[in-house]
Design a protein around this ligand. Structure first.
Ligand SMILES: O=C(O)CCC(=O)C(=O)O
Ligand SMILES: [Fe+2]
Length: 221
């Protein structure tokens, strides 16, 4: 598997929606891969990814569910998505509707709108007009929290739309398990008699592959 990948997701053979996106994807954990240029990029990215990993570990539910050494075998990647101006934005999409399948995802953009979240059947735009970092909790968090009624959380369905005037760029870091790990409700919270698991679970790698082929899922990278 290439550790530094780039390409375009303009699936022109599709009769439905066209994807209008260029991307650079870097594997950053457990081994770190990044281009040497521009100067300082690789060092800054390494610091960002290390801090995010540390931050995720501070989430109490993650700490109580997982073993640190096990989690540190996890696979993280960093993606830069670029959505150039599109002459017919109503026919295209930057990203199809999907949920993110990891624990925690951080997203920054060049302050151009495009990210939308679905709530109660309607799409809402996330205001990108600020210098903020957006934190999303992914499917794996939903799975963990499904057992704790007080903390019930649904991984949000979101998509990226494109526009005809401005290039949008988004940067995403995410934290997830190793591909061969079984993603299941945390055993510490499950009890076969009184508190049976609400999800069956599957291998993280299988889940990734599955999402690449479903409509509520990520396009294949
Ligand atoms: O570019 C965006 O705002 C969304 C990208 C996204 O949802 C993803 O990479 O999972
Ligand atoms: Fe996403």
């Amino acid at each position: 598997m290439d550790r530094i990948r780039f390409g375009s997701s303009n699936n022109l053979s599709s009769t439905q929606v066209r994807l209008w996106r260029d991307y650079l994807k870097l594997f950053v954990h457990p081994d770190f891969y990044a281009p040497h240029k521009p100067a300082g990029f690789s060092e800054t990215l390494l610091e960002l990814c290390t801090k995010q990993r540390e931050l995720t570990w501070y989430i109490r539910i993650v700490r109580s569910a997982y073993d640190r050494a096990e989690m540190d075998k996890g696979m993280d990647f960093f993606v830069i998505d670029m959505y150039p101006p599109c002459p017919q934005p109503e026919l295209a999409r930057g990203a199809s509707p999907h949920t993110d399948f990891r624990i925690m995802i951080m997203l920054a953009s060049n302050r151009v709108d495009g990210l939308q979240i679905k709530q109660n059947g309607k799409w809402f735009s996330v205001n990108a007009d600020r210098n903020h970092l957006m934190v999303k909790l992914g499917d794996q968090m939903e799975l963990l929290m499904a057992l704790l009624i007080m903390l019930f959380h649904k991984s949000a369905i979101h998509r990226a739309v494109v526009n005809s005037k401005t290039t949008r760029i988004s940067l995403t870091t995410s934290y997830g398990p190793e591909v061969n790990n079984l993603v299941v409700p945390a055993p510490k919270f499950v009890d076969d008699n009184y508190n049976p698991p609400a999800y069956r679970g599957m291998k993280y790698g299988t889940r990734t592959l599955y999402l690449s082929f479903t409509s509520i899922g990520k396009w294949a990278y």
